[in-house]
Each structure stands twice: as C-alpha cells, then as structure tokens.
Design a protein around this ligand. Structure first.
Ligand code: AKG
Ligand code: FE2
Length: 239
C-alpha cells in the first residue's frame, strides 16, 4: 500500500491578489493566535459596551452582532461613546493589535515597509451565527484611505468582494476560513464587499469558538480624540 501523502488539510498560504490592493492570505493566523483573539473578543463582547445587533436608521436590525474597540461604530459614524447602546466608552485599541495589523500588511503586500506608519485605531468585531449575513457595503465611515485588515476565525464563510462603483456584479466570491487574513487597501480600499453565507460547523473548536464565525476588521478612522474636558471647562459650561 502506498503511503498517504501528508497533504490533507494543508492549505496554500501564499497571498492571493483578488484585485489591485485586495489580498487574501489563507491560514495566516496560528491556532494559538486565533485562541488569544477569541479570548480577547469574548471579554470585549461583555463590556464596557456589550456586543449587540446594530439597529439601522431604517428600523432594521443587523443579523450580525458587533462590538467595537478604539472607537464605537454606529450607522454611519464613529463615536467615542456608544450612545446607541449604553453610553459607555469602548475598550482601548491594544498596542499588540497595531503590531498585528502592521505585520498583516507586510505579509499581504510582501513588502517589508508596507506596515510602516500604519496605526489602526478602531476595530469592528463581528460575530456571525448560523443564519447571519452581511449585505454588500463599502467601509467608508473612516476619514482615511489606509487599508482595512480583516481576520477571520471559526466557521468558513463566503466573502463577496466587489467593485468600487456599486454593490452589483462584477464581484468575486471566495471563502474565508479560520485564520485567514484579507487586506483591502489602495485602489480596492472602497470596494463593495459582503458576507452572503456562513457554513455552520466548519470551524475548529480548538480556536475556543464552539460555533459561529468571528471577524475582526482593523481600521484607521482618521479621527482625533476630543480632548477630555477639564473640570474648569465643564464648570464654565464649555461644549
Ligand atoms: O465579516 C467579514 O468578513 C467582513 C466584515 C465587514 O465587512 C465589516 O465589518 O465592515
Ligand atoms: Fe465592511
């Protein structure tokens, strides 16, 4: 009997360019990194601003659940406090995530300088249950054209990556699996994209996620923090 080739389950980790500036790196995160991120997300999901189904101005509710760090996102702006949830300030954006974002750009663009000066200051953390989807949209509430770094953990999904003109064709459907990195920057920074489907039960529980899909998108908001009001300014009623 011939030996079984040890290729089963091994994915090609070379970066794949879907469009200029849009790069998919399969299996970029190690299992340990995924586990650590799941733990961190679990704690952010509890508070200071709990994870929620975002309410849209048209009265709809997103099927995806979202919690933010650094800046709070609500349709369609970033704010320091989560006024549409509990009014609290979201958790700080940790320095090790900035580092991870920089390494993501270096590896995706295969350029040792690609991460220089990249300082993401917000992340949206999305949790997809079995039925959750995300419609085609652009990430355009940032006042910066710095790349978006996306990390996926848990169940595999169909990721639809479109054009910069509208939410329709042409688009490319690709699968994002646990540990995958996807970067969209440059001419693809404002491309439409969405998640039409998640495949339940495809994730590895060793990530710490028993079910569902976690996606973290790091962004540069281009916003500066409003200076904290001093007691004196507050007493004077300065706005
Ligand atoms: O879940 C994903 O892969 C994409 C998430 C996304 O597009 C977003 O949060 O804006
Ligand atoms: Fe997005």
């Amino acid at each position: 009997m011939s030996a079984v080739l040890p290729l089963f389950g091994v994915r090609d980790r070379s970066p794949l360019e879907l469009a200029p500036g849009a790069v998919h790196v399969p299996g970029w995160l190690t299992l340990d990194q995924q586990y650590e991120l799941v733990e961190a997300c679990r704690s952010w999901a509890i508070g200071p601003v709990p994870i929620r189904h975002t309410r849209l101005p048209n009265g709809g509710v997103m099927s995806v659940q979202t919690v933010c760090i650094g800046w709070h996102w609500q349709p369609y702006k970033y704010t320091r406090t989560a006024d549409d949830v509990n009014g609290a300030q979201v958790a700080e954006f940790p320095a090790n995530m900035i580092e991870l974002g920089r390494r993501a750009l270096v590896d995706a663009y295969q350029d040792p300088t690609a991460g220089d000066g990249y300082t993401p200051d917000a992340a949206l953390i999305n949790f997809y249950g079995e039925q959750a989807k995300l419609g085609m949209h652009q990430d355009k509430d940032e006042k910066s054209d710095a790349p978006v770094v996306s990390l996926s953990i848990g169940d595999t999904c169909v990721f639809r990556f479109g054009n910069t003109e509208n939410r329709n064709k042409p688009y490319t459907d690709t699968e994002l699996a646990s540990g995958d990195l996807f970067v969209f920057g440059g001419p693809s920074r404002f491309a439409y994209h969405g998640v039409p489907k998640v495949y339940p039960g495809t994730g590895d529980p060793a990530t710490g996620l028993a079910g569902g899909r976690l996606n973290i998108t790091m962004r540069v908001t281009g916003l500066t923090a409003a200076p904290a009001q001093t007691d004196e300014r507050r007493a004077r009623g300065a706005s």
